[in-house]
Design a protein around this ligand. Sequence first.
Ligand code: GRF
Length: 232
Amino acid sequence: MTETARQPAAAIPQRLVVLISGRGSNLGALIEACEQGRLPATIVGVISNRPDAGGLEFATRHGIPSQVLDHRTYPSREAFDTDLARVIEDYAPDLVILAGFMRILTPAFVDRFTGRLLNIHPSLLPKYRGLHTHARALANGERVHGASVHFVTPELDGGPVIMQARVPVAPDDTPDTLAARVQRAEHHLYPEVVRRLCSGEIQWAGRILQADGTPLPAPLQLDEDFDDLPAS
Ligand code: GRF
């Protein structure tokens, strides 16, 4: 990677590019937050690695430019990531937001966007990195589960966690019911984290996560209640 390819994170991010692979409900939540003025930013582009991603509909409906880069048409992960980086840079984004983007990214790609690359993961990291987080949380008898938004580093699901949302686990939860509760929390969590980045409340300074100019000792917690369990 060349130094010219690397761009520093903007002090106050405003231009967002969102990467999706599927349903795009988090993309929908971010669009709604921008349109309602809760998020002082503009989604300038949506990119999907799957032509059939439902989230592309959200982009079309809201007049946001979108592109498909079908990973299956590339000879290697490196070739795909190189093209993906080129397409992203064309939008000149301040933040690149992974919202259900189901691809492992190469270290070169992550390095190029360090400090501008965010992900949402359906667990209270560092617990349950990787896949099938809800089933694993249930199998372990967790009483509390949730979602985390973190900066992306080359370590899978291992970057600094900015903020988490916690949800209770019901005794009769299945992976699907638990996933639905976590997703509802995600739709509040992701716009709130991006809002704080876009207002300068949270910064990634010299690879250190800061809130209001002070290093964050632990992830912030979203102060909202996602207890929609039936009364017993
Ligand atoms: C979310 O649960 C997110 O945590 C995970 O992928 C899912 C994406 O859902 N990374 P959607 O496509 O935003 O509906």
